[in-house]
Design a protein around this ligand. Structure first.
Ligand code: GLN
Length: 324
């Protein structure tokens, strides 16, 4: 068999294996995830997020060859929160390329997502784009003259990727986040003090809006497919970002996507992923698929307890870990 034929065969059998196994694995994953929910609590520091129903659990698998397998509350909308950081970074990388790392590092922080401590030690240069400080810097640098223009641009970038209607802004979450976002404003002000960002107020405002865009687990798995496919959306064939930029965004998910739980996640799941405090997690299996989970009860590090369990189970069962 030629190498290409061999690879095609391997791909075919990968799709066949998923088609055969996922319909039975998803209900099992759901049961395991549901059993975790009582161990977590819904985020309360943004008051509007506390209204989420902790019983919700959605699991969606999208493969690069267009299949979808799903179970649970896959059409329940939630806010993007920190999962948005990957997509804002993708847009900025597309506009400006890897030069953005002049003002931003790309190392794991080992700190909580909203930590401020390293900003003082490192003269306002955020550790990476997936902690809040780095994400606020990215939001402030998005194309557009003001927060509204920047968010419009991000919304159309997202809609174009998956040929969907723009994901709407959840006004109640936005107001709640803005009313209580003192810590995020502090990060922005601190970075402006060091000359890292030009307009702290606009950067924080853009960030709050970006976190408040609303979508479903089904949409999230679809949206992220390009990340599993070298920056090319496998459904439309559109090159969303260059392979090099994609590798950067995905590698940072593997090293910084779950904050100070990323090491444990590398061991137990072994996939690049990004979590958010609304309870979503987007995991990427390079070359093969995305897995989106949504369940709002969080563990102590701000990651969905059911989502972590589901991803661990699916990774074990399907041998998905990149680390063997
Ligand atoms: N909007 C949230 C915040 O800035 C996002 C944090 C997260 O999802 N981890 O606090």
């Amino acid at each position: 068999m030629t190498e290409i034929a061999h690879r095609q065969n391997a791909q075919r059998s990968d799709a066949e294996v998923l088609a055969e196994r996922l319909p039975a694995l998803l209900p099992e994953a759901q049961t395991l995830g549901q059993a975790e929910i009582p161990k977590g609590t819904v985020a309360r520091y943004i008051p509007e997020l506390a209204k989420a129903d902790p019983a919700h659990l959605a699991i969606v698998v999208r493969t690069v060859d267009g299949e979808r397998y799903e179970i649970g509350d896959t059409e329940v909308a939630f806010t993007f929160q920190s999962v948005s950081k990957v997509f804002a970074l993708a847009l900025l990388l597309r506009e400006r390329g890897l030069d953005i790392f002049d003002s931003l590092s790309c190392e794991p922080s080992g700190d909580a997502f909203h930590s401020i401590v390293r900003l003082e030690e490192e003269q306002g240069r955020p550790r990476n784009p997936y902690i809040n400080a780095g994400a606020i810097l990215v939001s402030g640098a998005l194309p557009g003259d003001d927060p509204t223009a920047k968010i419009n641009r991000l919304q159309s970038f997202l809609a174009d990727i998956c040929d969907a209607e723009p994901f709407p802004l959840d006004e109640a979450v936005f107001r709640s986040e803005s009313a209580t976002g003192f810590r995020n404003r502090a990060l922005a002000n601190y970075m402006q003090h060091f000359g890292r960002i030009a307009d702290a107020k606009a950067a924080a405002e853009t960030y709050f809006r970006q976190c408040s865009l609303s979508l479903t687990a089904r949409q999230l798995a679809r949206l992220g497919l390009f990340l599993a496919s070298s920056g090319v959306d496998p459904i439309s064939g559109q090159q969303v970002i260059s392979p090099e930029c994609n590798r950067t965004a995905v590698a940072l998910m593997a090293t910084c996507g779950l904050y100070d739980e990323v090491g444990q996640f590398a061991i137990s799941v072994g996939l690049p992923a990004k979590s958010g405090v609304s309870g979503a997690i987007l995991a990427v299996v390079p070359g093969r698929m995305t897995i989106a989970t949504y369940s709002p009860a969080l563990g102590p590090k701000g990651n969905s307890v059911a989502g972590l369990k589901v991803l661990q189970f699916l990774s074990d069962e399907l041998g998905l870990s990149l680390f063997g």
